[in-house]
Design a binder for this molecule. Sequence first.
Ligand SMILES: [Zn+2]
Length: 479
Amino acid sequence: MTSVSKIAPLIDELGPRFTRLSDEIWAHPELRWEEHQSMKKQIEAAEEFGARITEGAGGVPTAFSAEWGSGAPVIGFLGEYDALASLSQEASSTERNPDLESGTEAGHGCGHNLLGSGSLLAAVALARHMEENGLAGTVRYYGCPAEEGAAGKTFMVAGGAFEDVDAAVTNHPMPMASAAQWKSLAYTQAYFRFRGLPSHAGANPQHGRSALDAAELMNVGVNFLREHMEDTDRIHYAFIDAGGPSANVVQPTAELYYIVRSPTVAQMRTLYERVKKVAHGAAMMTETEVEIEFDGACAEVLPNRTLEEALYANVVELGGVPFDEADQEYGRVLSAGLPDGALEGARRQLGLDGDTEPYFTGVVPIPEPAHRHQMTGSTDVGDVSWVTPTVQMGAGTAILGTPGHSWQMVTQGKSPAAHKGMIHGAKAMAAVALDMVTDADLLTRAKDEFQGIIAKTPYDHPIPEGTVPPPLRDNYTPA
Ligand SMILES: [Zn+2]
């Protein structure tokens, strides 16, 4: 019997409890570092299945671990449950309508309600299967907070949360089920606070030193810098403080928030140093002061080909997500409201013809490592992947062409189709984990591959020594 055939029926049986968990988290979206209720709901579900709970995993607030079994191997499942700002949206709608009942502007625009619940389902099923069959090993689920615009896992890595883990398995909701591993960008994000001198802007401008001028000049400088950086790099900024509403007072304060991304931590560090030089230059030009506060950072994902192939073999056996006609009916109406070209672009990328149904029921082949997809976003799964071999399932929970961080992603998040994709993803995750528990050779090969890379390119942890997670800092204010 294969791992899929052993574990899939158990996941179908346990599924309803975890689709309910996903829906509950969907209905009360919480932003990064504030996921107290979502964490509580996850812990309750894990405890119902006999888990031993550790709160504050790796010294990180709103993180936890749930553990079953004992001894080697230790298989870690990663789950997330944070939401995004400004994406409140009614469920199963075909148009943009904020969810007035949720009492928040936030919404699950990245499907992390499904992500965490699907990973927890896989962990619970694997633990139960191992217990029933007398298999040795530890199953540990990690509730990982603050993936969005933060890097909860990077701080958990710094806190040693994954030190004894033999391999990690996770998923991400996507517009198609896929075992193909993708690369991501490393990032650092930081606050740049300028301080100047207030003065009457009309009567005594010569006595003022404008922090707003400094912030604007920093942005202009960075925008010129763009011509001289790698095509793969990304820089984004936002004004946190533009110096207040008075135009007739020289602005004594201004604050910017920057995200600097590159394909590797090393390249990102170099670019970040250049951005800092621009900030100092802007301060010098305007005779203001600049203070830089590091916020967070994460590494790029290090894919593991051995585990990717093992995951893919399970997905091939499992087949595509079993979407039905009712799912496709809803998908067809919803797809009419996608941004122009989104659906066509997704079909083209997959080599599909124009008649493909909106919910993809096929299996995406895994490309050769040299042709891996380079995602231009980031994920803190990256840091876990540099401390233990890691594999990530793309759970097919949305229609083709669904943009990331969109109301369309939110509205699909508790649909029957999303539940099917979540359960399908949990089956693939649990099956590849069961392979590792029952086939020591697979785990050895995955580790050998990992060690071979780390020996040549050691993990470059992107968080400066001694930096605590943002909620533990004196100046922390919830997002
Ligand atoms: Zn996400």
